[in-house]
Design a protein around this ligand. Structure first.
Ligand code: NAD
Length: 323
């Protein structure tokens, strides 16, 4: 179906989740504008496409956001300072991106009267809870400034909806993995980091005992959830989850098997800001968005390893002969 009238602004569109979302939006016939300051994203992540426009700019600057919001009907807000550790080390800087930047986007979206704003929240808003699986109405007890910032964004979105009628949905992504997540970046998720070490035949590093568990969602499913939420009349917050979790030790076992690298893990001290167990409840996701993840962990890992090997080959082939 062609949707030429719908013009979507994707903030953070040159990043990991953003670039997959942009690809899907283009495939579905949308016109897309990306606003990204390229602090952690890459232009290489984006295709050359006649319906895609790139604007280099910063969500902390209201003029950039105002310009990017011109003529758009929908907004997918993903740009953020995404490292939990950095938010602990420098909470003020983190808040300028994740609270003030997000507020700029929400305010300009309200001014532009967009049909729908979808923004990235996070499972980090829950913090440590013994009420698993985590339902959207659970008490929020973030363990990091990052989790608190995402929770504040949700409160602002609710307020702007009642003050200005801005329809919005905050998606609480659980742990996202897939191609284009840079394993060497300090922001990388655990799957990218484990895989990078195993493919390099180096021992993977685990913080703590490895019994902490996570709910891993493939990035292709996240992109589908983003597009579904943009088109849905529903407003509020919603988990994007598989509803299943796995410990890091079990995850490592899968990856060892798939990479045929059986090196033991090196354990480092656990981090205070690390959540012990994380597993989302998928009921609202299903009821509100009729959404079910399509990728099992096994399928997603196989796809990721295939992609990783292809990009390693491309990197080696592109090297000068005497490098
Ligand atoms: N990856 C995960 O597991 C996960 C889980 C929960 C929530 N999220 C959220 O999803 C969103 C996307 O995360 P991601 O994993 O794709 O990260 P990413 O770092 O790959 O993407 C973020 C993008 O935002 C851009 N950016 C950062 N600050 C900016 C600013 N001030 N102005 C303009 N652009 C800016 C970066 O250059 C990057 O391209 C973030 O809001 C993140 O908090 C991610």
């Amino acid at each position: 179906m062609t949707k030429l009238k719908e013009h979507v602004l994707v903030t953070g569109g040159a990043g990991f989740i953003g670039s997959h979302s942009v690809e899907l939006l283009l495939q579905q016939g949308f016109t897309v504008r990306v606003l990204d300051n390229l602090s952690n994203g890459h232009l290489d992540n984006l295709p050359l496409h006649p319906r895609l426009e790139f604007m280099r700019g910063d969500i902390r600057h209201s003029d950039d956001v105002k310009a990017a919001m011109q003529g758009v009907s929908h907004c997918l807000h993903l740009a953020a300072q995404v490292s939990v550790n950095s938010s602990v080390e420098d909470p003020v800087s983190s808040a300028t991106h994740n609270i003030l930047g997000a507020l700029n986007v929400m305010h300009e979206a309200a001014q532009a009267q967009v049909t729908k704003l979808v923004y990235a929240s996070s499972a980090a808003v829950y913090g440590d809870s013994d009420q698993l699986p985590l339902q959207e109405d659970c008490a929020s007890q973030p363990l990091s400034p990052y989790g608190l910032e995402k929770w504040v964004d949700e409160r602002y979105a609710t307020l702007l909806q009642s003050l200005h009628g801005l329809p919005s949905m905050g998606l609480r992504y659980f742990n996202v993995y897939g191609p284009r997540q840079d394993p060497r970046s300090p922001y990388a998720g655990v799957i990218a980091r484990f895989l990078d070490r195993l493919l390099d035949r180096q021992e993977p590093i685990i913080f703590g005992d490895g019994l902490q568990s996570r709910d891993f969602v493939y990035v292709g499913d996240i992109a589908r959830a983003n597009v579904t939420a943009l088109l849905s009349p529903r407003c509020g917050v919603c988990n994007v989850t598989t509803g299943k979790s796995i410990s890091l030790l079990e995850l490592l076992e899968h990856l060892r098997h798939l990479t045929k690298c059986h090196l033991p893990a090196r354990h480092m001290p656990a981090k205070a800001e690390d959540i012990r167990h994380s597993c989302g409840d998928a009921q609202r996701l299903f009821e509100w968005l009729a959404f079910e993840p399509q990728w099992s962990l096994q399928q997603g890992l196989v796809e990721l390893i295939k992609h990783q090997r292809q990009s390693d080959v491309a990197r080696v082939t592109a090297m000068p002969i005497n490098a």
